[in-house]
Design a protein around this ligand. Structure first.
Ligand SMILES: [Mg+2]
Length: 323
């Protein structure tokens, strides 16, 4: 961005202070991190593209920037990580309304606000301007909660499946303003320890993301209880528009950013008894992991239906924009 890039970096630097594990932040060639304690480091990255994940012409830059950090926080939550630091790379469109400098500052202000809410220190990044669309990439670094990160690959037959919150219909607006379950992921790990076998965040839909746990855990299956799956009121509202049932939306819509977890059966009863009630953590027991591969849905009348995963596929050549 020639001189403008240095102006923007100088401005960002004035508005950033090294803290936490960040010993040297924005302004040198690298950031310097000094992690404390025994926990392993977790690193995750997500890139948002204008025209694919949002439309700059329609969406508030502040929402876009927040979401770029929050989706990373959701991935970190899925492994029970504690957020520490983030680095941000941005390609600003030269023809942005008000100019790339102004857009860059708006994005940074929103990122900084979201970062402070989740105790993330912005440690560095890269800014460019070009004759292309806005691209925003955030890399987040966190630290594992003892006894270690919760992987997808830990579910066992007999485990009980839970989800936080309620699901479906995020396209009505929640997809732009996620509430990553960071504190909940850490709390679950602290409470359950090694009895928390596997966890994932629901970004592509419950059916698809639970499928990842089952596949990574050696090709297991699961049966979900239809009446136990928490449907969000947005799933009901969207279903009234498109004729699909709230349950279908809860199973297949993406970007809920809730957690899905597999818990040892002996610990599941403790959770079901309201272990987390005092944390205002809505936790729903939705089904059981089984040795038989495949995902099944048991209805109230005892009928069992096989579920095909239909979630959002990032490589699907759809003409539309999701979200
Ligand atoms: Mg994820």
């Amino acid at each position: 961005m020639s001189g403008g890039e240095f102006d923007l970096i100088a401005w960002i630097r004035q508005h950033s202070t090294p803290a936490g594990i960040v010993r040297v932040g924005i302004g040198d060639d690298c950031a310097v991190l000094a992690p404390e304690g025994p926990g392993e480091l977790l690193v995750t990255t997500d890139m948002l593209l204008d025209g694919r994940h949002f439309r700059l012409a329609e969406h508030d830059p502040a929402d876009i920037a927040r979401k770029a950090l929050l989706v990373n926080l959701s991935d970190l939550a899925a492994m029970a990580g504690i957020p520490q630091a983030a680095v941000v790379a941005v390609a600003l469109p030269i023809d942005a309304p008000g100019g790339p400098q102004r857009l860059g500052r708006a994005l940074h202000a929103a990122l900084a606000q979201a970062a402070s809410e989740y105790s993330v220190v912005l440690a560095g990044g890269d800014t460019n301007a070009w004759r292309g669309p806005l691209v925003l990439s955030v890399t987040l670094i966190g630290q594992a909660t003892p006894p270690g990160p919760v992987l997808r690959a830990g579910a066992r037959p007999g485990d009980v499946l839970f989800v936080t919150g309620s699901l479906g219909g995020s396209l009505l607006g929640r997809h732009l303003r996620p509430s990553p379950r960071v504190a909940e992921g850490v709390a679950l790990r602290r409470e359950l320890g090694v009895q928390l076998h596997a966890m994932i965040d629901i970004s592509d839909g419950l059916a698809v993301d639970l499928g990842h746990i089952l596949a990574e855990s050696g090709g297991l299956g699961a049966t979900l209880e239809a009446e136990a799956i928490p449907t969000h009121r947005d799933a009901v509202a969207l279903g009234a528009e498109d004729g699909r049932s709230p349950l279908e939306h809860a199973l297949h819509d993406g970007e809920d950013f809730e957690l899905c977890l597999a818990v040892e059966a002996a610990a599941a009863d403790r959770l079901a008894d309201g272990l987390f009630a005092d944390r205002s953590l809505a936790l729903h027991r939705i089904g059981t992991v089984e040795a038989e591969p495949g995902l099944r849905l048991r209805h109230g009348d005892g009928r069992v239906e096989v579920i095909e995963p239909l979630g959002f596929d990032h490589f699907r050549p759809t003409p539309g924009v999701s979200p």
